[in-house]
Write a protein that binds this ligand. Structure first.
Ligand code: GLC
Length: 624
């Protein structure tokens, strides 16, 4: 309450000012009584809607299906579906406008049901709206980890949210918050770093970018995934068992989730892996007791692919799962199986109500009841110059300079003749990796992307020739830029396992030959590595004059040339320790900075920069 004695008011008009002040005090009192807390308003709406829902409507809300494959459009109403996802397969349309129109049609079907609860449309937009051919594709998270740039990561997520809405989506299954312990895992590139601290910082930035309205009023639901220990399984096996100690789980794996919950992530996806022998999908201690009760997570716990039929049916619901990715034939099995369980009492009604409350809460928070449809003007923003400029900045900041003998870099733009070597130099599919246009990525150029070769041709004033197959027929060149690395993969298809499969920890013989063809020939040899993880390339680093790891840069391959020619300095730092030999990764885990006997080829946080003109050769350890 405002008191008047401290106000040293002039004579004569005391009473008038006193009345004004009193009125201000009363109005502010009324306003804080009359302006209800938005969180409270949402809870009241959730409770009132939940109170009139039937069991079928509740189980329908817990159902997530894949469009085109698992349902016909009418099922949205007959099965009372709560969420639709599109991963790959038949496209929703031939362009963004048609994609939006398709999802608007499905939304109208949902709104035509008795309660008209709007749909959530989910997509794996993990480095841009990467299911759409022509979208801006950013470096995968491992490259963003090398940038260490929280503000940039937030902006990338905000742009991704715009291009998601431009194609009709309001829920992304991102960010992946794995802590990869072993480079043999096929999803190292989806995570930011082996550092829990760096992972927390960049994940929070990502969630804020997706969900906040920091740059625009576009909001989508973020999903912290895959809870818990997906990247820390023994021997880097996707869906394997994580056998860390409880102390490590608590101090390394859980902190990013604690931060994500505090940041208000709308969803958390449980992983395919087991934790100390217990499948995560049915892990009541970790889901209900830890995540929901002690960490206070109030969002949606969603399964991974076919989680219901793969990990114990109603056991996962009892464990605390709220929404089921009921794909590939799981829908009726899930809906009927859960209904029977509620009727026979093996699943409590309260558990169903908790799940549906969480789903409705996120739908209200997204404002879907007021505005269930995407902004149809946004599709013009897809792949726009402004977005691509940010992506190119991310490419520049993701590059890590591991070696620069004789300061062969930065290259002189006037260099008379440069030979660019290797198929990876002119293939935007290769430079983007998995989850690009298709689940497993594409092995060719895609719409709107710029290749590494195109970037070099754009920035060089001299002659640039291309030796795609590395036959070494340009030994009169002054410099050779040799681009080698991995072909795209996603999930278990990228696991290296015992090393006898297609993907290996070393370069293939062909790529090793590219480098041999040009090294020790009096030509400056610059190697650019395109990979989703650190590889064992010690010999190739020794052969090269300069060696750059570019990870999976995405659509803006010309960001690499901007740094090679010195328009920008290197700033990237290794987000992972770099192995010296295959033996470094022969056990359960690869080299990680918290190991006692830590002796990698390059330490976590290593990264050179250009000398003198920019700064001294600096090496900094980023995060412990
Ligand atoms: C996959 C992945 C998960 C993805 C989901 C939907 O199996 O494990 O990261 O979000 O299915 O595509």
């Amino acid at each position: 309450m405002i008191t008047l004695e401290f106000m040293n008011l002039g004579k004569g008009n005391n009473w008038f000012i006193g009345i004004i002040v009193a009125l201000i005090g009363i109005s502010s009192l009324i306003s804080c009584i009359s302006t209800p807390d938005p969180k409270e308003v949402i809870e009241q709406k959730v409770d009132s809607l939940l109170s009139i829902m039937t069991l079928d409507e509740k189980i329908g809300q817990m159902s997530q299906v894949r469009h085109f494959k698992d349902i016909i459009d009418e099922d949205i109403a007959t099965k009372l579906i709560g969420s639709v996802i599109h991963t790959q397969g038949p496209l929703p349309g031939n362009n963004a406008k048609e994609w939006q129109q398709k999802f608007i049609e499905l939304q109208k079907i949902a709104l035509s049901t008795r309660l008209g609860i709007p749909l959530l449309f989910g997509v794996d937009a993990v480095h841009g709206q990467n299911t759409y051919n022509g979208a801006t594709i950013f470096p995968h998270n491992i490259g963003l980890g090398a940038s260490q740039n929280e503000e940039l990561v937030e902006k990338i997520a905000a742009i991704t949210a715009i291009e998601m809405e431009a194609t009709g989506f309001n829920w992304t299954f991102s960010p992946c918050m794995a802590i990869p312990y072993n480079e043999k895992w096929g999803r190292v590139y989806e995570a930011f770093s082996e550092s829990s601290d760096l992972t927390s910082k960049l994940s929070i930035a990502s969630i804020r970018g997706y969900q906040g309205d920091v740059y625009n009023d576009v909001k989508v639901l973020a999903t912290a995934k895959h809870y818990l220990g997906d990247g820390s399984t023994d021997y880097g096996i996707e869906g394997g068992n994580t056998s860390l100690s409880m102390a490590e789980i608590d101090s390394i794996l859980l902190p990013p989730y604690r931060k994500a919950v505090l940041e208000g992530t709308g969803a958390i996806m449980v992983g395919f892996n087991s934790l100390l022998g217990n499948t995560m999908h049915a892990n009541k201690v970790m889901i209900t007791d830890t995540l929901k009760n002690s960490m206070g997570f109030d969002g949606i716990v969603v399964t991974d692919w076919q989680g219901y039929s793969r990990f114990g049916g109603n056991k996962i619901i009892d464990a605390g799962v709220d929404m089921v990715m009921a794909v590939e034939g799981d829908l009726d099995y899930f809906q009927n199986g859960l209904k029977d369980a509620v009727i026979d009492g093996s699943i409590q009604q309260d558990r169903i109500d908790d799940a549906v409350r969480r789903i409705l809460r996120q739908k209200f928070r997204l404002g879907l009841f007021e505005n269930p449809f995407p902004d149809t003007t946004l599709y013009k923003t897809i792949g726009c110059e402004e977005h691509r400029n940010i992506a190119r900045k991310a490419v520049r900041e993701s590059l890590v300079l591991l070696k620069n003998n004789r300061n062969v870099l930065p290259l002189n733009k006037e260099t008379k003749k440069i030979v660019v070597v290797g198929e990876h130099a002119n293939n935007s599919g290769y430079q983007s990796g998995g989850w690009t246009v298709a689940w497993q990525g594409v092995w060719d150029n895609y719409q709107g992307a710029t290749t590494i070769l195109e970037g070099i041709q754009k920035h060089s004033v001299g002659l640039v020739v291309y030796d795609e197959n590395g036959i070494g027929d340009h030994l009169d060149a002054d410099a050779a830029i040799i681009v080698v690395g991995e072909t795209p993969y996603a999930e278990f298809k990228g696991d290296i396992g015992d090393g006898t499969g297609y993907h290996k920890l070393t370069l293939n013989k062909k790529h090793q030959q590219y480098i041999s063809s040009y090294s020790q020939k009096g030509i400056e040899v610059i190697v650019i590595l395109i990979s989703g993880r650190p590889l064992v390339v010690t010999d190739q680093i020794n052969q090269a004059d300069a060696f750059v790891t570019a990870w999976l840069p995405g659509s803006e391959g010309d960001g690499i040339a901007e740094v090679l020619f010195g328009n920008y300095n290197f700033s990237g730092k290794l987000p992972h320790s770099w192995p010296k030999t295959i033996d470094d990764i022969s056990g359960k885990y690869g080299p990680n900075f918290w190991d006692e006997d830590y002796s990698p080829l390059y330490k976590f946080g290593f990264g050179l920069t250009y000398p003198d003109k920019y700064s001294n050769n600096t090496v900094s350890i980023a995060y412990k």
